[in-house]
Design a protein around this ligand. Structure first.
Ligand code: ZN
Length: 142
């Protein structure tokens, strides 16, 4: 279990303790749920749109530290972005998390999400980190 410690970097712990944008939106334009049966993560994303932009985003639900931190980082990353920017960001994060893209190729704007990439060492946990990003793509698709 010692390797497990590597995964719990300070950023992940901090976001798990104090998740940003945690809660529900009363009148969301888009809702998407991500469920990971392996771990029990069950996260809902709520989006309020203003034209083509994400005006407000919140998440709720149950999840492990990685899933919660990933969702928390996601909301910070895409709030106020246009739908197409957010989609691009989600696709890039998923490519990084699943190892399809190298970290060195990542855009500087993804830097705040990079602590999540620690999960790549733990294949069983990658789904925990990708879950909110998949839910975001689903929400953006309508
Ligand atoms: Zn999990």
């Amino acid at each position: 279990m010692r390797d497990w410690q590597d995964l719990y970097q300070e950023v992940i712990l901090e976001h798990n303790r104090n998740p940003q944008n945690f809660g529900v939106l009363s009148t969301p334009d888009r809702v998407a749920r991500g469920y990971n049966a392996n771990c029990g993560d069950d996260i809902c994303l709520f989006l309020k749109l203003s034209g083509d932009d994400i005006e407000e985003i919140k998440f709720s639900g149950e999840g492990c530290a990685i899933a919660r931190a990933s969702a928390s980082l996601l909301t910070l990353a895409v709030e106020k972005m246009s739908k197409s920017q957010a989609q691009q960001k989600a696709e890039e994060m998923l490519a990084l998390l699943t190892g399809k893209k190298a970290e060195s190729d990542s855009a500087p704007c993804l830097r705040s999400q990079l602590p999540l990439l620690g999960v790549r060492k733990f294949p069983m946990r990658i789904k925990c980190a990708t879950l909110p990003w998949h839910a975001l793509l689903e929400a953006l698709a309508g």
